[in-house]
Design a protein around this ligand. Structure first.
Ligand SMILES: Nc1nc2c(ncn2[C@@H]2O[C@H](COP(=O)(O)OP(=O)(O)OP(=O)(O)O)[C@@H](O)[C@H]2O)c(=O)[nH]1
Ligand SMILES: [Mg+2]
Length: 300
């Protein structure tokens, strides 16, 4: 093996933390590409999403996870927590994300669930909100005392600040080994999955609080012909009145959801998309483990 190959670093870093701290925004910022969906509402991410960043000297395999639920024990939350635990089993490093200025009970609970013996980096996100070192430094000192972190790094995922420093620290914690993925690989997820996620993101961003948590998305058709993709997506809701909310007056809301999702799909896939979105009512899918299984967590 040449000296160059021997010094190449490659490994997996799980991004974990309580809901809404900015894990998915961080993944996208690190990749320089919008891959994982984000919104101002907690529990946006429901699936593990892997994003690969390839540099000449290192390949980072990031795993974005659902925000770890410390309160509610329903089937959906249990499924989300299982997804997080499964993601942690095989990683080389954990990126534990908190919000600058806030280290609360839910953060400590998540911290307590992390595997011992895996280097854990504390990522203090939303540093832009603290407005400067006078408030940041005491917070960093306090947070650093919560656990034996391998490093503590303040960043702003939204403003993309200090990400180079985070990558440098992270690279040093990864094993020396050749790349696991081809250089052009972005994710392990299919375009079909990403299409469903982008529709789900628009539900979170364009609707109020009631509907997105009771909605699932399934892709009924995904056909690629040359550079053109034809995609049919069903939004699954629990109640008739939720269908009315998603459709909106004269169909305006559904149109806005479909237009925004199509634009993101075209940017991510790099080609034209014909997208059709409609709404189905399926009672109580969030409250029933059987319904979750039958939908397949892939499609939730
Ligand atoms: N001010 C500020 N807001 C941020 C930053 N990073 C993320 N946000 C916002 O925080 C909210 C949550 O971001 P997400 O990336 O969806 O958070 P998450 O941790 O993935 O959330 P779940 O998937 O629901 O657990 C969104 O409104 C983001 O725009 C940041 O660096 N600064
Ligand atoms: Mg997320």
């Amino acid at each position: 093996m040449s000296a160059r190959a021997a010094s190449h670093r490659c490994g997996t870093a799980a991004i974990v933390g309580r809901p809404n701290v900015g894990k998915s925004t961080l993944l996208n910022a690190l990749l320089g590409q919008k891959l994982s969906i984000t919104s101002g509402k907690p529990q946006t991410t429901r699936h593990r999403v892997t994003g690969v960043l390839t540099r000449p000297d290192a390949q980072f395999v990031f795993v974005d996870t659902p925000g770890f639920q410390t309160r509610h024990g329903g089937p959906l939350n249990q499924a989300l927590n299982r997804a997080v635990r499964a993601a942690l089993e095989t990683v080389d490093v954990v990126l534990f994300v908190v919000e600058a200025g806030r280290f609360e009970g839910a953060d400590r609970t998540v911290l307590g669930l992390l595997p011992r013996g895996i280097p854990t980096v504390l990522v203090v996100n939303k540093s832009d909100r603290l407005g400067g070192p006078a408030r940041m430094l005491p917070f960093l000192r306090q947070a650093a005392g919560e656990f034996e972190f391998a490093a503590v790094v303040p960043v702003s995922a939204a403003r993309r600040t200090n990400l180079a420093a985070l990558l440098k620290i992270l690279a040093a914690l990864l094993p020396e080994q050749p790349p696991l993925f081809e250089a052009q690989t972005l994710t392990d997820r299919s375009e079909r999955f990403l299409a469903a996620e982008l529709v789900r993101e628009k539900l979170f961003r364009l609707l109020g609080d009631e509907v997105p948590y009771g909605a699932a998305v399934s892709v009924d058709l995904f056909r690629t012909k040359g550079a053109l993709r034809t995609i049919h997506v069903a939004v699954v809701v629990e109640k008739e009145n939720q269908r009315a909310i998603v459709v909106g007056k004269g169909g305006a809301k559904l149109k806005a959801i479909a237009t925004a999702a199509r634009r993101d799909m075209e940017a991510l896939f790099g080609g034209k998309v014909f997208l059709e979105v409609w709404v189905k009512v399926r009672r109580d899918w969030t409250g029933s483990a059987a319904a979750l299984r039958s939908l397949g967590i892939e499609h939730v």
